[in-house]
Write a protein that binds this ligand. Structure first.
Ligand code: FAD
Ligand code: NAP
Length: 535
């Protein structure tokens, strides 16, 4: 049992990734007694768990970082255009130490359940240690991509010593030298790790269900002159760019792909391809909205895949037929080229479905592919997985799992009706995964911290999203999504990567209007929320 003083907090935060760390810092600065519970053994969240070879961010490091402390961003030195997982993890540890956060985090502790006590207006939070703590406020900083999606396959034991999910990679690394490796999945994690696995392994067999578009990263050491110049105007640079969704590197265009002639269009695509990175998607302003505009980008990338892959049959299998960006665009270093190596082969599981994982390797309907180890690059139960795995019960004992059965419902992705004093960081219905997540996390944490401060100052003891405001917001999120290409393929944005999950588009498309809406809600005394005092 924890010490009695350790049982009651002003706020409990679940998760010690970038969201949980900053939430802790903000609330402590407001003088609150806060405790963070983290299932893992250290801070960093995504960057603590995803230690597979090649893991790195796909947002430029100079913008994939906090901006709440000018001193921090001046002091920290990123070494590469896209920081590697060890460097990002080191940064998270530095932040935790620098702001003296560690004493307030309990590691190796999973929150299993939480129940809102209506009479006390407090959350009772159950831990896997068997302890229960209470708090006025409960903040879910549980991550959008923190629950691995493990496919159901006959014979697959995800806990076996030779099976590695990219999102739960062993801390000591894996030596694939001389090994025959089967990789399942061809999303961002596979696309980053495959080239490095293939450098070591004796043989690699990649099992692909759906091909993905990938743009070269052109990762490189950061030029010290570039860094010095940016740092000389860092605060203003970040302030100008963070509200743009994916940051300065995106170089948003105000032109339609259809208003320019083919030569100009190709020149723009070539330029973006040569510079590399996700900014390819911003080449024209209608790529996410117009099928015809998007088709021009599809044709361009398909040509690049054919150029990169020597065997036309393999190239054909690697070519996606979905809109570009409708599944998250990937960023790679030598992904397509890796299929030219003699010891790397591609198996299309739509042609020959996997039947079972067997002692010799992976058996499909056509063959058995020998493997000594299996890499599951099969993604995550995204956006809702971590929250619905906690037995969350709001007013009248309603469970969040039941409430979200037909898809998540949240007001601004920050709160959900029926669950007072519960906040979600980058929850469904907010831009979250459709933005540079660090600024989005900072914006959400700032909003939540300000809201709590407002409540304290006005002596409110409960805040809850109103069902009407929530319904209107969810309808709006869907209406915007329906104008876009996003619902046109199966993706984790829609939950369609997880068996049995309701197909609903979860993030909100559009950072600037979202920020405006959040500010408007505050300016109107938390419009759409019900605030109340005890008694
Ligand atoms: P997380 O980092 O996921 O942290 C959540 C934490 O909560 C985890 O440590 C988890 O263990 C803990 N937790 C969950 N449930 C419980 C529970 N019940 N009890 C206790 N603890 C719990 N985003 C970008 O913007 N740019 C990128 O380049 C980028 N690259 C990525 C690369 C990979 C491989 C992945 C998987 C994601 C990437 N993302 C990227 C998204 C990334 O998740 C976010 O940028 C960010 O790190 C999320 O921080 P977070 O704190 O919200 O969540
Ligand atoms: P993902 O994009 O969901 O990819 C998972 C892959 O596994 C898909 O190819 C999927 O096929 C396949 N798969 C799943 N179940 C399968 C099954 N039963 N049989 C065969 N194939 C199966 O997951 P991820 O690659 O881990 O990436 C998730 C997100 O994390 C990314 O989109 C990105 O936001 C973030 N991320 C970013 C980076 C980066 O570059 N910074 C790197 C890694 C991850 P289907 O497509 O057919 O479902």
């Amino acid at each position: 049992m924890p010490d009695p003083a350790e049982r009651s907090f002003d706020a409990v935060v679940v998760g010690a990734g970038f969201a949980g760390l900053y939430m802790l810092h903000r609330l402590r600065r407001q003088g609150m007694d806060v405790r963070v519970f983290e299932a893992g053994g250290g801070v960093g969240g995504t960057w603590y768990w995803n230690r597979y070879p090649g893991a790195r961010c796909d947002i430029p490091s100079m913008e994939y970082s906090y901006q709440f402390s000018d001193a921090l961003q001046q002091d920290w030195e990123w070494t590469e255009r896209y920081a590697s997982q060890p460097e990002i993890l080191e940064y998270a540890n530095h932040v935790a130490e620098r702001f003296e956060l560690l004493p307030h985090i309990r590691f190796h502790t999973r929150v299993t359940a939480a129940r809102y006590d209506e009479s006390e207006r407090r959350w009772q939070v159950a831990l896997d240690s068997g302890d229960t703590v209470t708090a006025r406020y409960l903040v879910m900083a549980t991550g959008c991509l923190s629950v691995p999606n493990v496919p159901r396959m006959a014979g697959l034991d995800p806990e076996a010593d030779n099976v590695y999910h990219t999102g739960r990679w062993p801390h000591d690394g894996v030596d694939f030298t001389g090994k025959r490796v089967a990789v399942i999945g061809t999303g961002s994690s596979a696309i980053q790790s495959l080239p490095l696995i293939a450098e070591q392994a004796a043989q690699v067999t990649v099992f692909q269900r759906t091909p993905n578009y990938s743009v070269p990263a052109h990762n490189a050491r950061l030029d010290p002159d570039y860094v010095a110049d940016l740092k000389s105007r860092y605060r203003a640079f970040r302030a100008r760019n963070w509200q743009r969704g994916f940051g300065a590197d995106f170089r948003d265009s105000d032109r339609s792909a259809l208003e320019v002639d083919e030569a100009e269009r190709l020149a723009e695509y070539e330029d973006r391809w040569a510079r590399g990175g996700l900014a390819f998607l911003a080449a024209f302003n209608d790529l996410p909205f117009s099928d015809a505009a998007n088709a021009t980008a599809q044709v361009f990338i398909r040509g690049k895949i054919r150029e990169a892959v020597n065997d036309p049959e393999v190239a054909a299998r690697l070519i996606p037929h979905t809109p570009v960006g409708c599944k998250r665009l990937c960023v790679d270093t030598n992904y397509y080229q890796t299929f030219n190596l003699p010891h790397v082969r591609l198996v299309d599981v739509t042609e020959e479905p996997i039947e079972a994982v067997v002692a010799e390797g992976v058996r499909t309907t056509a063959d058995t592919y020998p493997a000594d180890c299996l890499v599951l690059a099969t993604g995550f139960d995204a956006m809702t997985g971590a929250v619905t795995r906690i037995d969350l019960r709001g007013r009248k004992g309603q469970t969040l799992k039941d409430k979200w059965q037909a898809g998540p419902r949240a007001y601004l992705g920050l709160a959900t009706a029926g669950f007072p004093n519960l906040f979600l960081v980058t929850g469904p219905g907010s831009p979250s995964v459709l933005s540079n997540m660090l600024p989005s996390i900072e914006q959400h944490v700032g909003w939540i911290a300000d809201c709590i401060e407002y409540m304290q100052s006005k002596q409110f003891t409960a805040i809850e999203a109103s069902p009407d405001a929530e319904e209107a917001w969810v309808d709006h999120v869907n209406a915007v999504a329906d104008l876009s290409i996003y619902p046109k393929c199966n993706s984790w944005y829609l939950g369609s990567n997880v068996e049995g999950k309701k197909r609903v588009f979860m993030p909100y498309l559009g950072v600037p209007p979202y920020l405006e809406k959040c500010a408007e809600v505050v300016a109107n005394d938390y419009q759409g929320f019900r605030l109340s005092s005890r008694g």
